[in-house]
Design a protein around this ligand. Structure first.
Ligand SMILES: [Zn+2]
Length: 165
């Protein structure tokens, strides 16, 4: 492999090519799961923090990281997982939150503001299609367990809300 590629910046740029397995409009760096990358000798280490514990997408992300870095010529790939501090939806970049909204998923609000999930109270969310606040919660679990399903009572379209944690 050319040594000039063997930098942490290059590795980060390759990781930016990997889409979130569940939400293809954002990549795993924007999702905030990549904590750090280290390039040392022949070994590339990628340190990740899982999103939701037991999220089936994490295994997929690890496989995708290995595959992508192999395609870029890296052979010694180590993936380490750290759980502390735990991942929060606040780590999703602001740009990625706007991509989510454009994709039809209401992005998580700041977790310190929105703790409605813990208390059982939910607030009115603006419909990502028509912006109406006349919306209702249909189910705490949407297409995946990290999302809740809402319905807009004006345009009648269902939509996902990416829950805060
Ligand atoms: Zn609507």
């Amino acid at each position: 492999m050319p040594t000039d590629l063997h930098t942490e910046e290059a590795i980060m740029s390759f990781l930016h090519e990997i889409p979130d397995p569940e939400i293809p409009v954002i990549d795993i760096v924007e999702l905030g799961v990549i904590r750090e990358v280290k390039a040392e000798g022949d070994t590339v280490e990628v340190i990740i923090t899982p999103t939701y514990s037991g999220c089936p997408a994490m295994k997929q992300m690890e496989d995708d990281i290995r595959k992508t870095l192999k395609e870029h010529g890296y052979t010694q790939i180590k993936i380490s997982t750290v759980y502390n501090p735990p991942w929060t939806t606040d780590w999703i970049t602001p740009e990625a939150k706007e991509k989510l909204r454009a994709y039809g998923i209401v992005p998580p609000e700041h977790s310190t503001i929105d703790k409605g999930w813990l208390t059982g109270k939910t607030k009115a969310l603006a419909c990502p299609r028509c912006n109406s606040k006349n919306t209702e919660l249909v189910s705490q679990f949407g297409s995946t367990s990290c999302k809740a399903l809402y319905k807009c009572k004006d345009c009648l379209e269902p939509f996902d809300y990416f829950k805060c944690i």
